[in-house]
Design a protein around this ligand. Structure first.
Ligand SMILES: [Zn+2]
Length: 273
């Protein structure tokens, strides 16, 4: 092979490597265009499709603590697109979640939602944050993970299944609990900053805080208390019974199957109405 041919091949390979992320991004942004035309035909203020339900209106005993609408998250401030702390899901996922909750009520437990539909712009906000050095929340949310690894380890993605409207982050609360018995309980250690606060609110112990980007959050991690293992199993079983599949790296993250919008990424902001 002549030198010129080699150089041309090398340059071609380099160009392919440089353009690959763009090619992938453009495939996914096609989906984004699809959403915009589906919602309001390209208007810059997309509206929520009628097929999305406000979950706590379907059943007001489902608790919600929408962390991305507050400063209680790994970025440490409200995330773009979360204008209100409201859980929206596409209709079949919303109805199935209510069924999960009703089955759990009979066992003495209830669901608490931490995140539901997530606007595409919120994920963009995560991505922009991930590219900076800012890491004020590291101690609580990614104590053993370097910020530069959050993409590679799958904790932050350029596009989130949450934006498709059928993915939800959930925990469990106990219907009957004694706040006095829970008070004073403290636990030091990795991913335990909210331990006392969450127990006082009646939430079950899952062995790691919601959204702690750490191996302890792997659903089947062996280094957990028996109580935490049982609570994770209870949650996974209850969700699976109504069609929700767990993401094995995060005990709280579930996607309803079959997804109603498997290739669509929505981008309307979360508002009260
Ligand atoms: Zn999630």
């Amino acid at each position: 092979m002549g030198l010129v041919t080699k150089v041309i091949r090398y340059l071609g390979l380099l160009l392919w490597w440089l353009l690959l992320p763009e090619a992938i991004a453009s495939v996914e942004s096609d989906n984004l265009e699809g959403i915009r035309s589906e919602t309001v035909g390209g208007d810059i203020q997309p509206e929520r499709p009628k097929s999305f339900q406000r979950v706590t209106r379907l059943d007001s005993s489902i608790r919600s603590d929408m962390r991305y609408a507050s400063d209680q998250n790994f970025v440490g401030r409200p995330i773009a697109g979360y204008l209100a702390p409201v859980c929206y899901l596409a209709n079949p996922a919303a109805l199935a979640l209510v069924e999960v909750h009703q089955e759990l009520l009979a066992q003495g437990y209830g669901l608490i939602v931490f995140d539901c539909y997530r606007p595409e712009r919120a994920t963009n906000d995560f991505v922009q944050w991930a590219l900076t050095r800012e890491a004020a929340q590291k101690t609580h949310y990614f104590p053993r993970t370097d910020k530069s690894e959050l993409f590679a380890k799958g904790y932050i993605a350029r596009h989130s299944g949450h934006s498709r409207g059928a993915t939800v982050d959930v925990g469990l609360y106990r219907l009957q609990f004694d706040p006095a018995a829970a008070s004073g309980k403290a636990s030091n250690g990795v991913c335990r900053r909210r331990f006392a606060e969450d127990r006082a609110a009646g939430l079950l112990d899952f062995g790691s805080d919601y959204d702690c980007f750490d191996r302890l959050s792997q659903t089947a991690h062996p280094d957990l208390s028996e109580v935490a293992k049982q609570n994770r199993q209870r949650l996974v079983n209850a969700m699976a019974a109504k069609g929700f599949v767990n993401y094995d790296q995060e005990w709280w993250h579930f996607t309803f199957q079959p997804e109603p919008y498997p290739t669509v990424y929505f981008d309307f902001p979360i508002t009260e109405d």
